[in-house]
Design a protein around this ligand. Structure first.
Ligand code: FAD
Ligand SMILES: O=C(O)[C@@H]1CCCC=N1
Length: 388
């Protein structure tokens, strides 16, 4: 086994967050090593697949504010890598007009002057054919929103990182971490040392943290990624300018339902439930719960009559969820040259470029560009005591 050293920073995990962090560090002339357990590209974490939603429609102000810069950073990467990563389709948000969540999204958009259109129920079907708006639901469109081409984005950012002189070593499972002024990382293909470490290990985060005396309240959920056949091909597709959508509350289930216009599989629209059953990241194929699919079937039968209510394709992905669904962006409470980015709770892809910038700032000891108090580890005080 070789012993290598002399990196400024090692980033563990080449999903969207680790890849953007490594890229930002390399931009700041840091000699950076990005380690990934699987051979790239892979589909075993949370960042695979062709599409994700990008939106400013959030119920918390701080996410909407952060998205301003995210759009600029996505555009910058598009330019640098000469590749199209964002397609503006708009995001249709539906939910009970009087519910706190629907109102919070509407207020946040209004307060931050995000371009949007409110669709009164009597005008809804003129603008959005093939969707039944539920009785009592409000509807609005965040017109800034759209689709992010996710796997293309991952390729682009990793490509830019390499161009900046960064090193990616894939097929390298990290099996131990020794903190210190120089952090030592034991991986399947070697031992590496660096002044700083960034942990962006997605659903494996607590496994990594067990080496450095910390556990976070993270739940790993298996998400069934369902694609539904259009009865009339094209009715919900991106060429027809059908928007992405988010149903914030509905009688069929407690959690959001969201969808993207048909794109990756012609004639199939992706619609998912924003929840799943708990799993271990290495055992996700053994988790066979499909109760979320039953919820989706009932919802689509009622609200999307142009879709066959039986999924044509079911793939899988994982969420790593914190109790409040806010991210974790912080330094280790004792070893401040170890930075942690985790708990992206099923909504982190769109923030990737900014997460990379923030984790880079934390790693370099700079003042972060945003108030990170919603994302600090100390909001989980009970998790700090036992293992430290
Ligand atoms: C079905 C689904 C739909 C989603 N939709 C949206 C959306 O519409 N919009 C949005 O913004 N977000 C969305 N998300 C969320 C978003 O995709 C995630 O927040 C994001 O991909 C998380 O990235 P990550 O880098 O933290 O994790 P990952 O992509 O899982 O990356 C972590 C990496 O660490 C590696 N790793 C772990 N342990 C080790 C080890 N021991 N050694 C070396 N490497 C290791 C893993 O192999 C993995 O590659 C969705 C997620 C899912 C699952
Ligand atoms: O982040 C997103 O936009 C999607 C849709 C809402 C739930 C989670 N992911």
């Amino acid at each position: 086994m070789s012993t290598e050293g002399d990196y400024d920073c090692i980033v563990i995990g080449a999903g969207v967050q680790g890849s953007f962090t490594a890229y930002q560090l390399a931009k700041k002339k840091q000699r950076t090593l990005l380690l990934e357990q699987f051979v790239l590209p892979h589909t075993r974490g949370s960042s695979h697949g062709q599409t994700r939603i990008i939106r400013k429609a959030y119920d918390q102000d701080y996410y909407t504010v952060m998205m301003e810069e995210c759009y600029r950073l996505w555009a910058q990467l598009e330019e640098e890598a000469s590749v199209k990563l964002v397609r503006q389709t708009g995001l249709l948000v539906m939910g009970p007009e009087n519910s706190s969540q629907y109102q919070a999204v509407k207020n946040t958009l209004q307060k931050n002057r995000v371009p949007m259109v409110i669709l009164p129920p009597e005008e809804f079907s003129k603008h959005i054919p093939n969707v039944n708006l539920s009785e009592g639901d409000g509807a609005l469109v965040d017109t800034t929103a759209g689709v992010l081409f996710a796997d293309r984005a991952l390729r682009a950012v990793q490509g830019q990182f390499l161009k900046l002189g960064g090193i990616i070593k894939d097929g390298q499972k990290v099996s131990d971490i020794k903190p210190g002024a120089l952090v030592t990382v034991m991986a399947s293909g070697g031992v590496y040392r660096a002044k700083n470490l960034v942990l962006t290990a997605g659903s494996w985060t607590n496994g990594m943290l067990s080496y450095i005396g910390l556990q976070l309240p993270l739940k790993v959920l298996k998400i069934n990624v369902c694609y539904w056949k259009e009865k009339v091909p094209g009715s919900y597709n991106v060429q027809q300018r059908f928007p992405a959508f988010l149903q914030v509350e509905c009688p069929e289930g407690k959690h959001h339902i969201y969808g993207l216009p048909s794109n990756e599989y012609p004639g199939l629209m992706k619609v998912c439930y924003h929840a799943g059953s708990e799993t271990h990241p290495d055992m996700r194929d053994r988790q066979s719960d499909r109760s979320d699919i039953d919820i989706l079937k009932r919802y689509l039968t009622r609200c999307f009559p142009g879709l066959d209510p039986e999924p044509a394709v079911v793939e899988s992905c994982m969420y790593t969820v914190t109790p409040d669904e806010d991210f974790v962006l912080d330094c280790h409470p004792i070893h401040n040259n170890i930075v942690i980015g985790a708990g992206f709770s099923g909504h982190g892809f769109k923030f990737g470029p900014l997460i990379g910038k923030l984790l880079c700032e934390l790693s370099l000891g700079e003042v972060p560009s945003y108030d990170l108090s919603p994302f600090r580890i100390r909001r989980f005080p009970e998790h700090l005591k036992p293992s430290l």
